[in-house]
Design a protein around this ligand. Structure first.
Ligand code: AMP
Ligand code: ZN
Ligand code: FE
Ligand code: FE
Length: 267
C-alpha cells in the first residue's frame, strides 16, 4: 500500500501547533500527493488553501472533525468532500462556536471552584479560532496547577472528571445529515478509541458513509478489525494520523494514511 494522503490532522485554527501551510510542507516532505485538514468544528484553514496546495503539487480534500453526542457519549465524526459554502454546514459551525464558548466558561468556573482560576482572556490570547480542552490544559501547566497536560486531563478535564463539562449537546445523527446535505461523506472517526461495545453497535446502525480504519500509530493488526467491518458493511475506508504537532508529540504527520483509490472515492 503506497501512502497517498493523510486525512486527519489539526492546525493552529483548532488544537494543532502547525499552520495549514506548514501542514502542506509536511505532506510534501512525506512524499504524499493528497491531504485533508480536519480541525475541530471549523473549516477556517481552507481559506485560499486549495490554490496553495495545488502550487505544491498536492490535491486538497475538504475536511472537518465534529464533536457530537450519541446516547450521552462523546462521538467524533469526520466530514470529507463537502461544499465549503453550504449554509447548513456553516450554521452548524456557528453553533459549535457558541457551544464551545459556553462549555469553556463552565469548565473554567469548575476549575475556579477547585482553586485553579484561569481567566477567559488567558486562553483566548493563545489566538486559536477554536478553543478546546488542550488549550485549557496548557494554561493549567503554565499556572503551575499541574505538571503536564496529561495530568490536567487525567485528573480534571477528561470525560466525567472533576472539571469536565459536556456543553450543549449536538447529536451524531443531525451532524451526519448536515455533512451529507453539504454533499460530503460522514465518517465515524477513530473507532479504535471507543471502549464501549453497546455504543459501537448503536453507531453501526447510523447512516455513516464510512469509518476511519487506519488511525494514528495503531499497527495493522489493530486496524484489521475495522477494515473487515467496513468491507462487510460496504462502507468507505479512511485513515489519518490525527497529527496535532507539539500538542501530541508521540504522533508524526503521515503515521496513518489512505491509498490513491481510497482518496478518490471521497470527492
Ligand atoms: P475538546 O475538543 O475540547 O473536546 O478536546 C478534545 C481534544 O483534547 C482531543 O482531540 C485531543 O486532542 C485532546 N484530548 C482528549 N482527551 C485527552 C487526554 N486524555 N489526554 C490528552 N489529550 C486529550
Ligand atoms: Zn484535537
Ligand atoms: Fe477525534
Ligand atoms: Fe482529531
Amino acid at each position: 500500500m503506497t501512502p497517498y494522503a493523510d486525512l486527519h490532522c489539526h492546525t493552529t485554527f483548532s488544537d494543532g501547533s502547525c499552520t495549514p501551510d506548514e501542514i502542506l510542507d509536511l505532506a510534501v516532505q512525506k512524499g504524499l500527493k493528497g491531504l485533508s485538514i480536519t480541525d475541530h468544528d471549523t473549516v477556517a484553514a481552507y481559506e485560499g488553501l486549495e490554490e496553495r496546495a495545488r502550487a505544491k503539487g498536492l490535491k486538497l480534500l475538504t475536511g472537518v472533525e465534529f464533536s457530537t453526542t450519541h446516547a450521552g457519549e462523546s462521538v467524533h465524526i469526520l466530514g470529507y468532500g463537502f461544499d465549503l459554502a453550504s449554509h447548513p454546514l456553516l450554521e452548524l459551525i456557528e453553533r459549535h462556536k457558541n457551544r464551545r464558548g459556553g462549555r469553556n466558561r463552565a469548565i473554567l468556573e469548575k476549575l475556579a471552584r477547585y482553586h485553579m482560576p484561569i481567566s477567559e482572556e488567558e486562553i483566548l490570547q493563545l489566538g486559536h479560532k477554536v478553543i478546546g480542552r488542550p488549550h485549557i490544559a496548557l494554561a493549567m501547566v503554565k499556572k503551575g496547577y499541574v505538571e503536564n497536560p496529561q495530568e490536567a486531563f487525567r485528573k480534571y478535564l477528561a470525560e466525567g472528571k472533576l472539571c469536565w463539562s459536556p456543553g450543549e449537546i449536538i447529536s451524531t445523527e443531525e451532524t451526519i445529515a448536515i455533512i451529507k446535505e453539504a454533499g460530503g461523506k460522514a465518517i465515524l472517526a477513530h473507532p479504535h478509541l471507543l471502549n464501549n461495545p453497546p455504543l459501537l453497535q448503536q453507531l453501526l446502525k447510523l447512516p455513516f458513509d464510512g469509518m476511519e480504519c487506519t488511525y494514528a500509530n495503531f499497527p495493522p493488526e489493530k486496524n484489521k478489525r475495522w477494515i473487515d467491518l467496513c468491507e462487510r458493511k460496504q462502507w468507505l475506508q479512511t485513515g489519518g494520523s490525527d497529527f496535532h504537532g507539539t500538542l501530541k508529540p508521540q504522533i508524526a504527520y503521515g503515521a496513518s494514511y489512505v491509498t490513491e483509490a481510497q482518496f478518490q472515492l471521497l470527492f
